[in-house]
Design a protein around this ligand. Structure first.
Ligand code: S5P
Length: 456
């Protein structure tokens, strides 16, 4: 089957429709694609499998996967035709524990090609790829039937993947127009719509990298803005406190170099907790050297931070070479830049902070936000207003009551932090030194969400 014929048939069965549709986001769209029913038309299913096989047969991969539900039966056919093993990621939430998300037999280190029916933002592809990577597999190629975004390929390639799409929205529009299925007016409306979406995604979303998106989704899902800073010196205490508080946090901040009994088991256990309780991992090793050195510190040594931390903190003082040194050639990792610290008398003045925001904006693919502290919500709000749209503000130096410690740490209240615009609060001793860390973590989380949740 040719691509043109395939498009016409999709139109025949109502899988591509033109008119006026209201999307989940509230936008009105002049087209609507839904390929779910395609599997009930053997001729179409065969046709698409042939086209996909032709498109991917020369790529280098060991396994084929499809994103459930729509793409899974399609991937099954393709895997069979290419005589490759099929594996996939379970759709339902996994039961607690360390059980794998991957269904099927595989060897670690193998390369998976992921098939999906549609791509718009790339989120479901990224999410699937992350799960395969967690299971020790490699992902390079995504194969999709329809790219309805008109611009996502650039972004996907930047993240280190390769997108192979069979049919673009433009192609569908052209074929249906040539065959008198849609009018000139329709074509104009589609072009106008995609241009608007593109402009808007450029201005608002382009500063959000994949990890920022994941973190934002988790904030909403767990209804939590709480980042626990677990600065204790032994594993026993670490996991005792984590076990009691993990359900309330969206991210865990570590300083692994504080532990006096660090070993590889610690990392394994940490990852298990992160999976089980659904939080992200942020290692607060504040990198602050030339690019060449920080790269070695990030990838090597005994901690091998890159292998397990989703985020790290970076000082902008050495200039942007530090960001290149840390992240060039890596995917799926991100950072927070220190823009205004919480310690009294720190040397970060207004100009410095502004320059940090500029650097982070430029490198938004690997910078998810900024560590900012202020003594009060007005001052914090001023900082928030300068943060590039889409990036996050994380506030350390937070307690239930304002105050100071004996070495210059300054504390602002949860309410001031959140009303000042913080997306996340970083809390250490307020929780870990509390009589009841569990109840206290819950209280921090609820007090923060009371403010933040109003806008969600
Ligand atoms: O400016 C900063 C930046 C950071 S990341 N001030 C901070 O306090 N932090 C970190 O937040 C600090 O390293 C510590 O791990 C945590 C605050 O801990 P607490 O016990 O004072 O809440």
């Amino acid at each position: 089957m040719t691509k043109d014929l395939f498009i016409l048939k999709l139109h025949d069965i109502g899988a591509v429709k033109f008119g006026e549709f209201t999307l989940k986001s509230g936008y009105k769209s002049p087209f609507y694609f839904d390929l779910r029913d395609m599997i009930s038309y053997p001729e179409l299913l065969d046709g698409i499998a042939d086209l996909l096989v032709e498109d991917i047969k020369n790529l280098d991969f060991d396994y084929i996967s499809g994103v459930p539900y729509t793409a899974l039966p399609i991937a099954t056919l393709v895997a069979d035709m290419l005589n490759k093993p099929l594996i996939y990621i379970r759709k339902e939430e996994k039961a607690y524990g360390t059980k794998n998300d991957v269904i099927g037999k595989y060897e670690k280190g193998g390369k998976v090609l992921i098939i999906d029916d549609l791509v718009t933002t790339g989120e479901s592809l990224f999410e699937t790829a992350d799960k395969f990577k967690k299971a020790g597999l490699k992902v390079v190629d995504f194969s999709v039937i329809i790219d309805r975004s008109n611009h996502i390929e650039y972004y996907i390639n930047k993240l280190g993947y390769k997108l192979h799409s069979l049919i673009s929205l433009n192609k569908i529009t052209d074929v249906l127009h040539e065959n008198n299925r849609i009018t000139n007016d329709h074509v104009l409306r589609i072009k106008e719509f995609t241009k608007n979406i593109y402009d808007q995604s450029k201005s608002e979303k382009s500063l959000q990298n994949h990890l920022t998106n994941l973190l934002k989704e988790k904030i909403k899902k767990k209804k939590s803005n709480l980042v626990l800073s677990l600065d204790v010196d032994n594993q026993k205490e670490f996991f005792e406190i984590l076990g009691k508080t993990a359900e309330h946090i969206v991210m865990l901040k570590t300083h692994v170099d504080i532990l006096n009994d660090f070993n590889e088991k610690f990392i394994e256990k940490l990852k298990e907790y992160a999976l089980k309780y659904d939080f992200m991992i942020f290692e607060d090793r504040k990198f602050a050297d030339i690019g060449n050195t920080v790269r070695k510190q990030y990838l090597g040594g005994i901690y091998k931070i890159k292998n397990w931390a989703d985020f790290i903190t970076v000082h902008a003082t050495p200039g942007e070479g530090i960001i290149q040194g840390l992240f060039d050639g890596l995917t799926g990792k991100s950072s927070f830049l220190l823009a205004k610290m919480s310690s009294k008398g720190n040397l970060m003045n207004e100009t410095y902070t502004r320059n940090v925001f500029n650097m982070g904006e430029k490198h938004h693919e690997v910078v998810s936000g900024y560590i900012c502290h202020a003594n009060g919500k007005e001052e914090l709000r001023k900082l928030k207003n300068k943060i590039p749209k889409g990036q996050l503000m994380l506030m350390p130096g937070v307690k239930l009551q304002a105050g100071q410690d004996t070495t210059g740490q300054q504390y602002t209240t949860v309410e001031d932090a959140m009303e000042g615009g913080a997306d996340l609060i970083i809390v250490g001793r307020g929780i870990i030194e509390a009589e009841n860390p569990e109840a206290t973590a819950k209280e921090y989380r609820e007090r923060a969400w009371r403010v933040y949740g109003l806008d969600v």
